[in-house]
Design a protein around this ligand. Structure first.
Ligand code: HEM
Length: 494
């Protein structure tokens, strides 16, 4: 009897696997969509590439090999061409976010991670006033305070002293975002030894990795917490500390708000009431949003600045034209006072804006696929393929921004001039996402990036230590330049 069952069991298992494989090959509704062998069979292909920190590039390479529509998971299709933007990202609530985003819910659902479209509508309404350009310009002094520290740190260095510009701008970005969100000065610029940067990239890496096998959530998180892998436990611990810190800051911000003492991005949320119950938001709900500001806002801004400076320091022609334009339009700090006001700056600086746009195009930082769920029972047709209900569909900025059909054979070169031609608008790319889930912090990022670029480039001649350094990128959902950006700086006199 025992020997009968031991021979039967493997046979049953083998037959089941065979049937599953045949169904997969001949019946699966996405079977005609090409893609890497392992990606079509398992989501672990994505996990593997997140772990290797090259997911965006793996997907870009897969598009080069298999075409503009590919499978990057058993039930996940990625598109590369602009035609797909409308049906995926402009279809409103009929294309909600997928379970991938559950991995970014730290304490409570927040604007970024929620899959509930009604909740999203309410929360976005509650927050949009704080993120409007008019409100942010009232906080311009806050940006200025941190910019002065950045400026002073570079100015005070002895001439010829090598420093890491990537780290300097990262410290600025973390300090300013935390100040805007909680009016909490992280002080990472003034006291770098004592104040390490918060471990936001770790949080993003873990979220992206767990999110890639979202069907296993929340079990994967529980299992992950128990796995005796020291590097994973270190990552998880730093993530926990980060969310505890966010809660502490929020509690302080709530007290200050009650006392009418501080103005932060959270103010509108602290005043908001639940439309059905009339109750204010709980501290956990506010913390969850504040945590999302830090995660979605600080590393993205710092990584974008690091990459922008890399491009400018390694493209002499663009650097010279930028210098010319800034010299003609922006006063030195010691001439026209310390502040360059943001209002009207963009329109005075077309070449500078083209440099920023080109950096966003060639090295977008928010490169995780932004998956949406097909909910229409009849499915949808995108790029000539029928995609059934229940499928995740996405685009990644890295592939869209390097589509050779649109950008041409020189898509891998940093050429700001392409933005000066009338035919191309910034809407051709999606560094901030598109549609109703697009970035709410875009104005903050725009102010930060232009102000930092103007302040540093106008006032210092920055010289890279390695003029020929080849750019390498850590692609972990939000990308950044690998390694430091070592430079020296000399103050400009005119
Ligand atoms: C260069 C800087 C930034 C980049 C490249 C960026 C990029 C993005 C992208 C691509 C999305 C869409 C995600 C999706 O569709 O799943 C997004 C959403 C979001 N971003 Fe940003 N972001 C930046 C800065 C910021 C800042 C400074 C904040 C806040 C302080 C912020 C807060 C958010 C939030 C809350 C969402 C979710 C919006 C929603 O679903 O309604 N971001 N961001």
């Amino acid at each position: 009897m025992a020997s009968y069952s031991t021979t039967l069991l493997p046979l049953v298992l083998l037959s089941c696997s065979l049937v599953w494989l045949l169904l997969w090959i001949f019946v699966h509704p996405l079977r005609k969509i090409p893609g890497p062998f392992w990606a079509r069979r398992t989501s672990l292909w994505k996990v593997y590439h997140v772990y290797r920190r090259d997911l965006a590039f793996a997907i870009q390479r897969a598009h080069e090999k298999y075409g503009p529509v590919i499978r990057i998971g058993p039930n996940h299709v990625n598109f590369q061409t602009r035609d797909a933007i409308g049906p995926i990202y402009k279809a409103g609530s009929s294309m909600p976010k997928t379970k991938f985003y559950d991995a970014f819910t730290a304490l409570h659902p927040n604007l970024f991670s929620t899959r509930d479209e009604e909740f999203h509508k309410m929360r976005r309404r509650q927050m949009s006033h704080s993120f409007s350009m008019a409100t942010l310009l009232k906080f311009e002094g806050r940006f200025g305070k941190h910019l002065h520290r950045l400026f002073a740190n570079i100015e005070q260095q002895p001439e010829g002293q090598v420093f890491d510009l990537k780290e300097s701008v990262a410290r600025y970005a973390y300090d300013v975002i935390s100040d805007l969100a909680f009016e909490k000065d992280l002080n990472t610029q003034s006291n770098p030894e004592a104040n390490e940067l918060p471990p936001i990239p770790d949080h993003i890496l873990i979220g992206t990795m767990y999110g890639m096998v979202a069907s296993l959530l929340p079990y994967s998180i529980r299992i992950g917490n128990k796995l005796p892998i020291p590097s994973l436990q270190k990552l998880l611990q730093s993530r926990k500390l980060l969310s505890q810190k966010a809660s502490e800051y929020v509690n302080d911000a709530i007290e200050d708000h009650k006392a009418g003492e501080k103005e932060t991005l959270l103010d509108n949320l602290l005043e908001a009431k639940d439309p059905s119950t009339g109750a204010p938001l709980t501290p956990a709900e506010v913390s969850s949003e504040a945590f999302a500001f830090l995660v979605a806002g600080a590393h993205t801004t710092s990584a974008t600045l690091g990459l922008l400076f890399y491009h400018l320091l390694h493209n002499r022609y663009a650097a010279e034209k930028l210098t010319e334009e800034l010299n003609a339009n922006v006063p030195l700090y010691n001439e026209g006072g310390k502040e360059v006001s943001y209002s009207g700056l963009e329109s005075k600086l077309p070449y500078t804006m083209a440099c920023i746009k080109e950096s966003f195009r060639i090295t977008p930082v928010f490169t995780m696929p932004l998956p949406r769920l097909v909910t229409d029972p009849n499915g949808v047709d995108i790029n000539g393929f029928h995609i059934p209900q229940g499928t995740a569909v996405s685009m990644i900025s890295q592939a869209l921004h390097h589509d050779p059909q649109f950008w041409g054979g020189d898509h891998d070169q940093y050429i700001p001039e392409r933005w000066l031609e009338d035919a191309i608008s910034f809407n051709e790319i999606m560094p901030f996402g598109i549609g109703h889930r697009a970035c709410i912090g875009r104005n903050i990022a725009s102010i930060n990036i232009l102000k930092v670029l103007c302040a540093l480039w106008r006032n210092f001649e920055i010289i890279p230590v390695d003029k020929y350094e080849k750019l390498e990128i850590n692609s972990l959902g939000v990308d950044e330049k690998k390694g430091p950006l070592l430079c020296t700086a000399r103050k400009r006199q005119m």
